[in-house]
Design a protein. Structure first.
Length: 154
């Protein structure tokens, strides 16, 4: 069970960390504990499987990765793990998921691609097709972003 202090710490950690040289010190000050206590609690939660990781989100558009497309692939069921691992190995792919199919939607692997241009994306797709042999795929371009934010628990 989470204590009130744990909930306050999660509240501080779930959003953007302060842009300082010592972000955990700033988090600690906001929660009313020491920086070392913040670090120890994060390590404890990681050991217990409560959190997987603490990471940074790079704003890909601001570093030249402005061509973004969701690719969907109709992978043979017996090769999903193999092909999923291959897709996930590309640095241009930030998200890769297996999803359920239906009679009207046969695509079971989804991979978000971030490239500098459509030509770069097309080259990457060609490489994937050559390595996997999968010809049945679609590229889904976003036309408008309505919401993009991290989940807020407390």
């Amino acid at each position: 069970m989470l204590s009130l202090q744990d909930k306050r710490l999660i509240h501080e950690l779930q959003g953007d960390l302060p842009a300082t040289l010592a972000p955990y010190a700033a988090v600690a000050e906001a929660v009313g504990i020491t920086e070392q206590a913040v670090i120890e609690k994060i390590r404890q939660w990681k050991r217990e499987g409560i959190i997987r990781r603490v990471g940074a989100v790079l704003r890909h558009q601001q570093v030249g990765r402005s061509y973004n497309v969701m690719s969907v692939w109709n992978a043979p069921v017996d090769r999903v793990d193999e092909i999923g691992a291959l897709l996930a190995s590309y640095p241009e792919i930030t998200h890769c998921y297996e999803r359920a199919t239906s009679d009207k939607w046969p695509y079971n692997l989804f991979a978000m691609i971030h490239c500098a241009s459509e030509a770069e994306s097309n080259s990457l797709i060609s490489s994937i097709v050559a390595k996997t042999g999968i010809q049945d795929y679609r590229l889904l371009l976003s036309t408008k972003e309505y919401k993009k934010e991290s989940l807020q628990f407390f």
